[in-house]
Design a protein around this ligand. Structure first.
Ligand code: G
Ligand code: G
Ligand code: MN
Ligand code: NA
Length: 248
């Protein structure tokens, strides 16, 4: 059966889960929230990685119900967790007025604090239609939601767009992190990207942190947050709550 049809059916059957990867505040090592990442427990019971289906789903209208599922899970979890949860939006989500209205209702017409929700959008998704992106970001910002640029530094774009968008954070792509230990130039680039973020009053997060030396370099460079396998992989919400409790 075609992948898209299987995903649609999987959604109806409740085969999708949202797992959460913690983000660590580098200044004091405290847990500062998490990123929700979708997982699919398919017919056979095995976990399918989003890398295998999201690129296809993102090109179809099915991205709307998938993101709606993610949004609802993330908001429920954020209220239970009492900490920030981020989710990923793709290009089509930004142009989806119905989804944006649902987002507004979800944070404004419930007792959820909108600041608990953060939307991550890749630099390339923003660049796809900068004008539409700007309108969508302005709306989300108006709801009190935070918005970060994901995979920052890899979208073949200038920095100029940053000036025009109401964003609150930058997530520096893991390509910069993975080179830092061996390559002085990667370290210097990282230092510059952190400075770009701080110059614009943005919270800077490094992705894909896998080693202690990377953690220490980022801390010394003044990076605000880090996320990666060094701390933890994405895990079910209940596991993350336990993990946080054990760590504190
Ligand atoms: O969790 P993992 O590293 O396997 O995710 C692989 C890719 O799928 C990443 O690029 C991630 O951003 C993307 N992804 C994971 N969950 C979601 C989601 O809920 N929505 C969108 N649009 N992308 C997601
Ligand atoms: O930016 P994006 O939303 O694509 O990032 C989320 C993805 O990155 C998820 O698929 C997650 O599993 C993956 N990821 C998270 N931490 C690490 C890490 O330390 N190393 C690598 N290689 N991938 C990571
Ligand atoms: Mn992301
Ligand atoms: Na990313």
């Amino acid at each position: 059966v075609k992948l898209i049809a299987r995903v649609r059916r999987g959604l109806e059957l409740g085969e999708f889960e949202l797992h959460y990867q913690p983000k660590v505040r580098l200044r004091d090592g405290r847990i500062n929230g998490c990123e929700g990442l979708i997982r699919w427990r398919d017919e056979s019971g095995s976990l399918v990685s989003p890398g295998l289906f999201m690129p296809k789903v993102e090109n179809t209208t099915l991205i709307a119900p998938v993101t709606r599922f993610v949004l609802n899970e993330a908001c429920d979890f954020a209220m239970r967790y009492g900490n920030r949860v981020s989710i990923n939006f793709s290009v089509r989500n930004l142009m989806d007025d119905v989804l944006l209205e649902e987002l507004r209702q979800r944070v404004q017409e419930t007792d959820m604090d909108p600041a608990l929700l953060e939307i991550e959008i890749t630099e390339s998704a923003l660049m796809h239609d900068l004008f539409a992106a700007k309108l969508a970001l302005e709306r989300m910002c108006g709801f009190g939601i935070h918005v970060s640029v994901d995979d920052f530094g890899t979208g073949f774009s200038s920095f100029e767009y940053l000036r025009h968008l109401p964003i609150t954070g930058l997530k520096i792509d893991r390509a910069f992190v993975s080179g830092m230990e061996q390559d002085v130039r990667a370290r210097k680039l990282m230092a510059c990207l952190i400075e770009v973020g701080h110059a614009l009053n943005l919270e800077v997060t490094a992705e894909g942190v896998e080693t202690e030396p990377q953690h220490h370099i980022l801390r010394e460079l003044g990076c605000d947050q880090a996320q990666g396998f060094l701390y933890a992989k994405a895990m079910p919400g209940d596991d993350l709550l336990l993990w946080c409790r054990e760590r504190e």
